[in-house]
Design a protein around this ligand. Structure first.
Ligand SMILES: [Zn+2]
Length: 256
């Protein structure tokens, strides 16, 4: 396995709704022949198809069930069952507890889960959940977003990428990101509310999390409507000395 195999492609990073040129949160993470769709925010299914067909995915991983991270699962379901896609097996789908029931209620008007499970092989996440997707190992930690929410570490034999999902700063994220090559961290908030009410990072928080974890590189994403990407990167750089980028839609970052 060579070291340049792990790649992050930003399908979208807008919050809390898609803009003209930026879908909501979604990423394609690839390593070798393995492709994982990480978060399925509004507009990301269209962008995903520039790179991979749904039936070529090895897994889908969903951080939490806010619509800006999961809404395109609804149309992916139609694609998987009622269109030109012919799945040889349901697509492995990892997400928060209750994800299958939530999809079933929206898509079938009943709690009957069987059509959902024809499209997706659902695995519910828990703190410390580990799964194998082809060449990649996926480790999930429960994080602090005021609802069931998870962060993700994707590893090959020698490279690692950590994605915060949506969360306030928390020890589980810092632990998960320990020594990672790339930390993809949200920077939603322009200012921090009281600690007990905080459910997102500020750019300074993203820099702090990257520094505390010993991440080699930081990519800020999910930059809220009251910040510009340039401000987010600049403010994060006051707390983290390593390279910092913004998760601009359409960008592919090799993890090296
Ligand atoms: Zn959220």
């Amino acid at each position: 396995m060579t070291s340049d195999l792990l790649r992050l492609t930003v399908l979208g990073s807008a919050t809390p709704y898609a803009s003209v040129d930026n879908p909501c949160s979604g990423y394609l993470v690839s390593g070798g022949d393995t492709r994982v769709w990480v978060d399925a925010g509004s507009g990301t299914l269209a962008r995903l198809q520039r790179h991979v067909r749904l039936d070529e995915l090895d897994a889908i991983w969903i951080s939490h069930l806010h619509a800006d991270h999961s809404a395109d699962l609804l149309t992916a379901y139609y694609a998987a069952l009622y269109a030109d896609i012919r799945l040889t097996a349901p697509i492995p789908l990892y997400g928060p507890p209750g994800i299958a029931d939530r999809l079933a209620h929206f898509l079938t008007n009943t709690a009957t889960r069987s059509p959902i499970e024809s499209a997706f092989a659902v695995g519910e996440l828990h703190d410390g959940h580990r799964a194998r997707a082809g060449a990649l190992t996926l480790t999930s930690r429960s994080v602090r977003h005021g609802m069931p929410a998870f962060a993700l570490r994707v590893e090959t034999e020698d490279r690692s990428l950590v994605y915060s999902g949506d969360t306030a700063p928390c020890p589980a994220l810092t632990d998960l990101a320990d020594g990672c090559d790339v930390l993809l961290c949200e920077a939603e908030s322009d200012r921090a509310p009281a600690a007990e009410e905080q459910v997102h990072h500020t750019p300074e928080d993203a820099g702090d999390t990257a520094r505390s974890a010993g991440a080699k590189r930081l990519i800020v994403t999910h930059v809220g409507p009251f910040l510009t990407p340039r401000q987010a990167v600049s403010r994060a750089s006051t707390r983290f000395d390593g390279p910092i980028d913004y998760a601009a839609p359409g960008t592919t970052f090799p993890v090296e």
